[in-house]
Ligand binder design. Sequence first.
Ligand SMILES: Cc1cc2nc3c(=O)[nH]c(=O)nc-3n(C[C@H](O)[C@H](O)[C@H](O)COP(=O)(O)OP(=O)(O)OC[C@H]3O[C@@H](n4cnc5c(N)ncnc54)[C@H](O)[C@@H]3O)c2cc1C
Length: 380
Amino acid sequence: MTARLASYWEIGAPPHQPPRDLPRHTDLLIVGAGFLGSWLAYWISKLKPAWAQRTLVVERDLTGYGASTRNAGFLTAGHVSEMLADEAECGFDALFAQFLKRRAGLALTLTEFPDLPTDPCGSADYDEITDPKRALARRVNGALAARGEAPAFETRSACLGGSEREVFFSPSDRGVNPMQLLARLRAAARAAGVRFAYGVRAQALSGGKAVLALPAPAGLQELAYGRAWLCVNAFDSELVSRSQIVPGRGQVLVTSPVQAATSHHLGFLHDGYDYFKFVDGRLLLGGGRHRFKAQEQTTELTPTDEVRQYLLALACTIVGHDRFRIDYNWAGIMGFPQDRHIAISHRTDLDDTTSTLNACGGMGVALTPLVARDEVLRLP
Ligand SMILES: Cc1cc2nc3c(=O)[nH]c(=O)nc-3n(C[C@H](O)[C@H](O)[C@H](O)COP(=O)(O)OP(=O)(O)OC[C@H]3O[C@@H](n4cnc5c(N)ncnc54)[C@H](O)[C@@H]3O)c2cc1C
């Protein structure tokens, strides 16, 4: 049996209405209205407003089926344990370039939406501090200093489940409600004339022609486009025959309101595979993907008992007791470039008119603003 359980952020958000009709031609077509597609639409409306009324966004779901409405809401530039693992994969220069993008994306989100509620709680990396991690943190802070920028990481004491430990702390990281950010992006784009069509699935695209599946009774419709971006994340292989993207499910739970002997920062554990924060007095905890890797390589949104039990045990460790319930439990799907965690490039051209933009993995909240802005700046 499949169950699609709403995320904490989706509860109470009314689904969008499908369109009655669609144009037969659009100059710009964006497929997928997650963070990447919505930031693209936002930047078009802000930086290239003449294109806004010539832009159509199609999204197959009425809310969002993937990562953006179902993530943990960490607005983070990165943490040391995860970055050490990424450095082994791609080297310092690529790692630092991506860190800068995330840091800039975080800052941009706050300057573009100064009224967006965020939790300025900072983040703590609770994994053991080792010499290689100290060296990497020093190197990142040094590279930032050379650019005249403030350091990213400091060490301080934080509490996890009642015991104090030394952690790497990132003061600029924040918590955010991802639906609130998405709603602002889409509203700003709509106000400038971008059209969003929900419940419309792109079935095939190439060479300036798309086949769209509209809700019954409308059925299939052809659309001609001047330029299209596929921002479908983990679902890339449904549209691109030689796709390099593999899906990864992430499962999340939210407890009942809980007293916790734990610092109220964004928290990272186990190289960032497990992550937690506090929201409305509740613990939000996600992860477990590294423990159940094979079964989590799926686009299926149903949470599993194994991961739930794993997260439940971890939740007890984090709060220091078991006097809470699980009130919410859901899954989201992210896309990764093959088995890698980090993507060096986010764009693949399929032909002269069609590109895919993706592979923001588990980092898209802070990464997508810059990936999308770079793309929009290429427009004439
Ligand atoms: C459980 C979980 C927790 C996470 N936590 C964090 C976090 O705290 N911080 C962070 O930075 N990142 C986090 N991430 C990652 C982050 O959510 C993603 O990197 C980001 O949302 C990706 O955005 P996107 O627009 O590329 O993809 P998505 O949000 O997946 O959007 C793709 C959209 O395309 C649509 N689509 C697919 N196929 C079609 C088609 N054929 N036609 C039309 N539409 C289509 C889908 O319905 C979907 O809405 C998390 C991810 C998960 C799953």
